[in-house]
Design a protein around this ligand. Structure first.
Ligand SMILES: C[S@@+](CC[C@H](N)C(=O)[O-])C[C@H]1O[C@@H](n2cnc3c(N)ncnc32)[C@H](O)[C@@H]1O
Length: 249
């Protein structure tokens, strides 16, 4: 008897996530947002998913149930292991060089990247800057989970102090908000475009990586970015039709 395919909609994602015991569904309710982005990945014959943060390994069976064809690669500071359809590489996300080395290590194209690692805003931004540009395929999806830490003013996460808060210069949410202005860079006067690029860099987000975003979604506690197809770049770089209306002295 062929196995029944789990529907990749809110209910299907919730049921399988809860069965796996992952807080993605049990606590965060990410089933409300992810299915519409992930459903097209089902059509791929070959699929690779990279997740930062293995934890107790509860999301691996979730990904494997939804995408039986997928190879899941996890990065974790504390774990190194492998099993059927998955591998965990011991990598410290706080070290950008270690994250960059992963790009050389992974040979297959990666279609989905999920950052559920340290949740430290600077790590979320540096990992995005490296992996979005150098590992994710055009059309691929990048999800930064648990951006709640950007609002924390006390405490710690995985041993890292969390002294951020609303509008903090170290907030990942604030940095990613700037990406919205860069998505609309074709409407910016040259000096405003330069200012946004500079501010992105100061915030810890690579303008080159951000320049490859085609769509950006802010949802409760997560941010989802889609990587542009190369032939869509022309829309971003063409002279603005109304440039006289946005010019600066
Ligand atoms: C929230 S858990 C992952 C949960 C898992 N993705 C799931 O859905 O079941 C976060 C993991 O990130 C790991 N972690 C914390 N700091 C890290 C760092 N600097 N680099 C890599 N992994 C880190 C923790 O050890 C922990 O295993």
């Amino acid at each position: 008897m062929p196995k029944r395919r789990i529907p990749l909609d809110e209910e299907g994602f919730r049921l399988i996530g809860n069965a796996c015991g992952t807080d993605k569904t049990l606590h965060h309710g990410y089933q409300r947002f992810y299915p519409q982005f992930l459903a097209p990945l089902r059509r791929r014959r070959k699929l690779a998913i990279l997740e930062i943060g293995y934890g107790e390994g509860k999301s691996v069976p979730l990904w494997r149930a939804l995408f039986p064809q997928a190879q899941v690669i996890c990065l974790d500071r504390d774990v190194s292991e492998s099993g059927e359809g998955y591998e965990v590489l011991k990598v410290d996300q706080s070290d950008p060089e270690a994250v960059a080395a992963v790009v050389d290590r992974i040979e297959q194209p990666v279609h989905l990247i999920v950052d559920d690692g340290s949740h430290v805003p600077s790590h979320q931004l540096s990992s995005f800057s490296i992996l979005f540009e150098h590992l994710l395929v055009p059309g691929g999806i990048y999800i930064v989970e648990d951006v709640e830490t950007s609002y924390w003013t006390n405490g710690d996460v995985y041993g890292y102090p969390t002294r951020f808060g609303l509008h903090s210069p170290w907030s990942a949410v604030e940095a990613l908000k700037l990406a919205v202005d860069y998505l609309n860079r074709s409407c910016l006067a040259p000096q405003d475009k330069t200012l946004v690029e500079h501010t992105l860099s100061m915030a810890g987000l690579s303008p080159t990586a951000v320049g490859l975003i085609s769509m950006l979604t802010f949802a409760q506690n997560c941010v989802i970015a889609t990587r542009m197809q190369p032939d869509h770049l022309a829309f971003m770089e063409r002279p603005y039709l109304y440039s006289a209306l946005t010019a600066r002295e």
